[in-house]
Design a protein around this ligand. Sequence first.
Ligand SMILES: Cc1ncc(COP(=O)(O)O)c(C=O)c1O
Length: 412
Amino acid sequence: MKIPLASLGLRPKDIHAAQLVLNSGQLTMGSRVDEFEQAMAKYLGVKYFVMVNSGSSANLAIFEALLRPSIGKPILNIGDGVLVPAVAWPTTIWPIIQLGLTPIFVDVDLDNLAINLKLAQEIIDMDKNTKAIFPIHPLGYSIDPDVLNNFCEKNNLIQISDVCESLGSWRGNIHAGINGLASSFSFYFSHHITTMEGGGVATNDLNIADDIRAIRSHGWSRDRSDVNEWSNNNKAGLLTQNISKNQSKFQFITTGYNIRPMEIQAAIGIEQLKDLDSFVLRRRYIAKSVKDSLEKTVFEVIDGGTLNNKETENHHSWMLIPIRVNKILTHPKRIQIDELLEKFEIESRPVLTGNFLNQPAMLKLKNIPAASNFPCAQSVSDNYFMVGAHHDLTDEQIDYLCAKLKLIAESI
Ligand SMILES: Cc1ncc(COP(=O)(O)O)c(C=O)c1O
């Protein structure tokens, strides 16, 4: 029996919604994107959600908006330090580097795999260049918003969050990662909902929402809420000549990209979002089943303490299931685990990228700290792996996954 890390996730009603788009005559960004954005904003409890073509693009657009806003002073400036976890996804880090900011890596907390704020504090106390924090809410785990808010307030930091792995994760009535200036989401097909490829930015700040709308479409003003003010009133005092209504459609007010989503993605997203809560419940059931079956073995499901009781279990929405091997793992033993997983057709993978400082692309960059400075991230590389928690897994697959993982844990 095969246990994949993810499944396509498209149901007949999603495919039907996509077919309607193909026959509708409106394929590029339009009313379905609007509808999906409103549904996402309502679900997350934020004022604005701006859809883009991927979670990676959402991250890029956020930093572009903070560095080069169309109105007012930049919120971040070239060279500013941004705290990031040492276990990260590449496109959490790349926009920071690509746009001239400075990533400041912080080791992770081994019990929830999120950025370790105690270590972050030590860094801030020494490095006065730190202006922002960009934590990942890892694999479905929601970092406590009060702790994050207090940390940012105390240190006067801009808070932005990468929530690409944690849609559907709540602390009480606060969704993971939405308390800062902006946060990014991904709807890549292995995630909690799929739009095939897709992502977006959540924010309560109208200027940021409008700037992301401009940034995703070449930098033009026409999708902004204040488009008329730009053409009629010369909003930022930047126009050098009067322009006609037609000319104003080609008014470029920020630096930008083409990272727009398509209608077909939004149409699927609208259907998927309606069932997100049931997807998350199923994922949590899978994680709990795996955790229970591995009790008293050397495999430990890393749940950030969330699965212990009813009050904390919705702090996690389980994109995948990270497992720590509580044993000194020699290289041959690690290979043995991989081989057994493969033999039982259980797909597995490292936790994100493991210690990101070890990645070849990082080793080529200048002024990057040594990977050995991040012992916890290194231990994530060496002693952790992940298996799937996709809501499409059947009961038989879940039983099989639990039984075989237990067998492997007991045999190494
Ligand atoms: C933490 C994190 N950030 C960003 C992304 C990028 O999302 P996408 O694949 O939609 O570009 C991912 C992808 O899974 C991720 O895990």
